[in-house]
Every structure is written in structure tokens, then in C-alpha cells.
Design a protein around this ligand. Structure first.
Ligand SMILES: O=c1nc2n(C[C@H](O)[C@H](O)[C@H](O)CO)c3cc(O)ccc3cc-2c(=O)[nH]1
Ligand SMILES: C[C@H]1O[C@@H](n2cnc3c(N)ncnc32)[C@H](O)[C@@H]1O
Ligand code: SF4
Length: 331
């Protein structure tokens, strides 16, 4: 049976507050109105997870303006949350919007991989869905991908589909990702994320037409180098569309967490249910780490050792539970 991967994950949200206002967002809170996640709360939540059930700590955040006086404290909290997750035996993956070169370099110390969606490179969206979202400027996001390449950070990016772009725009965005990967070799996966309206977005947009996703997968597979994984979020598509996307070249189902914080109206299926859902297509669902194996030697040694421990565990047991049942790497 052919393999399809997913990452057993748990999402930590340092803050929902965000200075951008993407019209499709169901995540953001107004700056100043949201309490930040404390390290104590985060530790409690991570320690409450059934042992051996989760590998990735996805640190997903709203953004504080780069020039705000609160930026340093915000960044510090993100760094500390990653450091905590690592100490508790998880592998962090951070997506906190565009970061400065120095911030990226710092977070590399405490992350197995990082990510930022390119969304779409057409500047036209800065007049529509992104008109109040300066951090969605294509140049800013392209710059971030370039810096991640220079810093040798295994990186996840992707396209948000159905936000007013054309099919020609998909080609431009995918071509930009392919070009960056040919230069730096750091793009581990590309997410094809269908815009999915939720109950708290500021403008109700149309959902991305599911029939078109298969077409997008085929185009992405043609444009992207073969070593880049293609990720489809299984909670945002129908079971049939998911099978069609796998047949068209999708290889991964992303992080599966108790709650999809970005799209809280769409429950993540449990891994068992997902495995059963794709089995009729001849697909076997297997867990993966947030960093793909070809990047292990880019990691700082403390993270690399942790990663290699997880790899041995998955290959020995073929499943997730560690033999000791212990998930605390401190000891
Ligand atoms: O549960 C989710 N995980 C999301 N993830 C998590 C992602 O699936 C995994 O963290 C990576 O595949 C690494 O394992 C993102 C990660 C990124 O770097 C960029 C965007 C996303 C978007 C989502 C999302 O909408 N929902
Ligand atoms: C973290 C990523 O989640 C995506 N994102 C934000 N809002 C939505 C939505 N309503 N539907 C689907 N994806 C969304 C964006 O692509 C962002 O970069
Ligand atoms: S999608 Fe990200 S950048 Fe846009 S408003 Fe939501 S949290 Fe902020």
C-alpha cells in the first residue's frame, strides 16, 4: 500500500491578537484584548496529553507589529514556548507570520522546522482580502522564504486557494516556490489550503470549490520539484476529494491536532478515522515528524538528537507509543 503521512500534533497559540485583518480570518483577536498564553498554562496542557500521542508542538500565532514596543515581549514568549515544548520532549514547528532575519535565526535554535504561507504572490489581493494586512505583502513573504533558505531552516509554505486569485496566479505562486527551492533546497512541503469560511470571519467569502482542488494538486505536482511534499488538510475537504487529491499527487495530510485553531469550525478527524477513510484508495496512513528526514543534518545538535530518537521509535514500533510510555526527555 502506498504511504500517506501526517504529523501527530498539538497546537499552542501564544496569542490570537493580530495587527493584520485578513478578511477570511477566523482566528484573530483585536490587539490588546487577548491574554497571551503563559508558560505555566502551556506546560499544563502539554503534560496533560496522553503520553506518546503527540510529536509536534505547532506554535501558531497572531502577529504583533514589527515596530510595536510589545514586539520583543511577544517574540520572547514564542521563543520560550518553543524551548519549553522541546524540553518536554516535543518537536516545535513555529508559524508566527513574517519574522526579522535575527528572529528567524533565534527560533532556528528551538524549532525542528518553521513555516509561513506565501498565500498568493499576486499584488491584487492587497486591494481586497489583504487590504488591512500589511504582512501579506508578497515581497515580505518571499523575503521570509529567502531568509529561511539562507539560514537553512527546513520550511513549510503554501497557497491559500479561493481568495480571489486566478488559476494563472497559482502558477505564479508555485513557480516562485519552485525557484526558491531550486536555489536553497529548504522547502520541505507545500500546503494547498482551500479557503473555508468560518463563523467569525469579517467578510463571508465563498469556499474554494472542492472539484478544483484536484486540478490544483496536479498543477502543483507539475511545477514543484519532486522532493517537496504536497499537503492537503483533510478536515477542509470531502472524503472523495481527499482520495482524488491523493491520486493526483498529494502526499501528506499535515498536522492533526485536537482542534484546528485556524479553522475551528472544521473538526480534525482522528488518525484512526482518517486511516480508514483513505484505505479504500490503497493508502496507508503513517505518522511523520515535523521535519522531513533529508533535513536532519541542518538541525542544531540538541534538536537533531531528539529527532533521531523519534525516528528510531517510529521505525521500531511502526506506531506512536514509546515503549517506556515516558514522554519527558529531561530525564
Ligand atoms: O491544524 C492546522 N495546521 C496548520 N499548519 C501545521 C502543519 O500542517 C504542520 O505544522 C506542518 O506540516 C509540520 O509538520 C500550518 C503550518 C504552516 O507552517 C503553515 C500553515 C499551516 C496551517 C495550518 C492549519 O490551518 N491548521
Ligand atoms: C495559517 C494559515 O491559515 C490560512 N487561513 C487563514 N484563514 C483561513 C480560512 N478561513 N480558511 C482556510 N485557511 C485559512 C492562511 O493561509 C494562513 O497563512
Ligand atoms: S490570517 Fe494570520 S495574519 Fe491574517 S489576520 Fe489571521 S492571524 Fe492575522
Amino acid at each position: 500500500m502506498r504511504r500517506v503521512t501526517y504529523s501527530p500534533s498539538y497546537t499552542l497559540v501564544p496569542t490570537y491578537e493580530c495587527f493584520n485583518r485578513c478578511t477570511y480570518c477566523n482566528f484573530r483577536a483585536e490587539p490588546g484584548t487577548d491574554r497571551w498564553l503563559s508558560l505555566e498554562q502551556a506546560e499544563f496542557r502539554l503534560r496533560s496529553l496522553p503520553s506518546g500521542s503527540v510529536i509536534e508542538a505547532l506554535v501558531l500565532s497572531g502577529e504583533v507589529h514589527p515596530k510595536s514596543h510589545r514586539r520583543t515581549a511577544w517574540f520572547r514568549r514564542i521563543y520560550d514556548l518553543c524551548d519549553l515544548a522541546l524540553r518536554l520532549g516535543f518537536l516545535p514547528h513555529t508559524n508566527a507570520g513574517p519574522l526579522s532575519y535575527e528572529e528567524l535565526a533565534q527560533l532556528k535554535r528551538v524549532n525542528a522546522s518553521m513555516g509561513l504561507m506565501l498565500e498568493q504572490v499576486t499584488p491584487a489581493l492587497m486591494q481586497t482580502v489583504h487590504r488591512h494586512a500589511p504582512s501579506k505583502q508578497p515581497e515580505v513573504r518571499l523575503q521570509q522564504l529567502e531568509w529561511a533558505g539562507e539560514l537553512r531552516i527546513p520550511f513549510t509554505t503554501g497557497l491559500l486557494l479561493g481568495i480571489g486569485e486566478t488559476a494563472a496566479d497559482w502558477v505564479d505562486t508555485l513557480t516562485a516556490i519552485a525557484r526558491l527551492h531550486r536555489r536553497y533546497g529548504h522547502i520541505q512541503e507545500v500546503i494547498l489550503q482551500p479557503h473555508s469560511p468560518g463563523s467569525s470571519q469579517t467578510e463571508i467569502g465563498e469556499p474554494f470549490a472542492p472539484e478544483r482542488l484536484t486540478e490544483t494538486v496536479a498543477i502543483a505536482r507539475q511545477i514543484l520539484p519532486a522532493d517537496i511534499a504536497l499537503q492537503i488538510p483533510p478536515n477542509l475537504v470531502s472524503p472523495q476529494t481527499l482520495l482524488d487529491c491523493l491520486a493526483a499527487g498529494a502526499t501528506d495530510l499535515g498536522g492533526i491536532s485536537p482542534i484546528d485553531e485556524v479553522n475551528p469550525d472544521y473538526a480534525h478527524p482522528q488518525a484512526d478515522a482518517l486511516a480508514a477513510q483513505i484505505r479504500p484508495g490503497g493508502w496507508r496512513l503513517v505518522p511523520r515528524l515535523p521535519v522531513y528526514p533529508q533535513y536532519d543534518d541542518w538541525l542544531y545538535s540538541a534538536i537533531r538528537e531528539r529527532v533521531q530518537g523519534f525516528r528510531e521509535w517510529i521505525s521500531e514500533t511502526g506506531q506512536l507509543e514509546p515503549e517506556s510510555g515516558e514522554h519527558d526527555a529531561d530525564r
